[in-house]
Write a protein that binds this ligand. Structure first.
Ligand code: GLA
Length: 385
């Protein structure tokens, strides 16, 4: 049963009536370009088939009432005075979007209140951006219900503001742009400095390649401090290098400032500089019809995230190693790191071998084997009904 029908059914049982509409938005997989977005850099995500749906209806009693098929209980809070600190936990994502849209429009958007029922197929904490899926579906719903006529870049900004201020995770714009602006069958080259998005045909299926996502089972949480610390280190490195952001740094400039940066800031900056270059190389290679050549770039991204940026965990390293040993062309952690999933680029005829190798690795650690999930570029956020 799709997330859409589950959200609609949950709405009807909770609110004893039909919602005005149903909206959904996808999670995303970032093919390459990690921890570059908040450095004004490049990334190459695509929307995945797994989606989050929200059924929504305005209210007139001044209450915000939110239920989720994935969470126990019901959140019921006052519409007036909604602000950072007034809601916590998972409802900070959808209600944070309402707050952010009030900030963006300068109006008391849906001041009479809102009923929301949520259902999701995007696994949480897996590095597939369940948070952006929820934010983007909610943003689209509120935009329609309140007649705001904001464009998708503005809705993405509202999702990010919700996450930054209501949830307290200082994330960039990658996830929300991917969820709101992706096209089916293409990845999206993001220039996070100006928000420009360019569809890029990856040609993976035609080249006989599959992308498998393997959840390490280690839940990652971006509000936990490691992410914010990396971000602060990038800003500190940019300052030492005398550039506006690491987007403008070069390897030559980095080497010249090595002493002044110190080992940690040097490695953090090196990751960002080389990762931006890997994104552009990826786009070049697929443009030349060579998607099989992407493997080494993807694996180099992992090594850089592991050694220079230090956001991997042993479980992710083990998945990457097992997949490469079983015939994957490339493998790396995806998303913010500190847990979550790894992606593997695999010739179609080797997908069973990769799944088996990963299962053996987990068994050797006494853990239950995850089921690798195949993902392919899918549709962006949309109204369903
Ligand atoms: C998380 C954040 C994004 C981005 C990635 C790392 O997904 O939400 O903004 O920084 O981590 O690339």
């Amino acid at each position: 049963v799709s997330a859409g029908s589950r959200a609609a059914a949950l709405f009807e049982t909770t609110f004893a009536g039909a919602p005005e509409g149903l909206w959904s938005a996808p999670g995303r997989l970032n093919l390459i370009g990690e921890h570059t977005d908040y450095n004004d850099g490049f990334a190459l995500p695509f929307a995945i088939p797994q989606r989050t749906a929200v059924a929504a209806d305005p209210r007139s009693d001044g209450r915000l009432v939110v239920v989720s098929a994935e969470r126990p209980g019901l959140v019921d809070t006052a519409s007036a005075g909604l602000a950072p600190g007034t809601v916590s936990d998972w409802s900070a994502y959808p209600l944070g979007v309402l707050w952010a849209l009030r900030q963006a429009s300068g109006e008391e958007v849906l001041g009479g209140g809102l009923s929301l029922a949520i259902a999701s197929d995007v696994p949480p904490g897996a590095g597939l951006s369940s948070s952006a899926a929820l934010e983007s579906a909610t943003a689209l719903a509120i935009n329609d219900l309140a007649g705001l006529r904001l464009n998708r870049h503005q809705l993405a900004a509202a999702g990010r503001l919700a996450e930054n201020r209501m949830v307290g995770a200082p994330t960039g714009i990658l996830d929300q742009l991917a969820s709101l602006l992706s096209r089916p069958d293409a990845a999206l080259l993001l220039d996070c400095r100006d928000g420009e998005t360019t569809p890029v045909d990856l040609g993976l299926a035609a080249a006989g390649l599959a992308v498998l996502v393997v959840d390490s089972g280690v839940q990652h949480r971006l509000a936990d401090g490691g992410y914010a610390q990396r971000r602060a280190q990038c800003e500190a490195a940019a300052e030492v290098l005398g550039v506006r952001s690491l987007r403008d740094a070069t390897l030559a400039g980095l080497e010249a400032a090595r002493e002044r940066l110190g080992d940690v800031l040097y490695r953090r900056a090196r990751h960002v500089i080389t990762e931006n270059a890997r994104v552009l190389s990826t786009v070049r290679l697929v443009g030349q019809g060579e998607p099989r050549e992407l493997g080494p770039l993807i694996t180099a991204s992992h090594v850089s995230l592991r050694d220079d940026f230090e956001v991997s965990v042993p479980e992710l390293d083990a998945i990457v190693e097992a997949a490469l040993g079983a015939g994957a062309l490339g493998a790396r952690l995806v998303g913010g790191g500190f847990g979550g999933s790894a992606l593997t680029l695999v010739p179609r005829e080797r997908t069973d071998d990769v799944a088996a190798a990963v299962a053996r690795t987990f068994a050797a650690r006494g853990a239950a084997a995850p089921t690798p999930v195949e993902v392919h570029p899918s549709a962006a956020a949309r109204r369903e009904a």
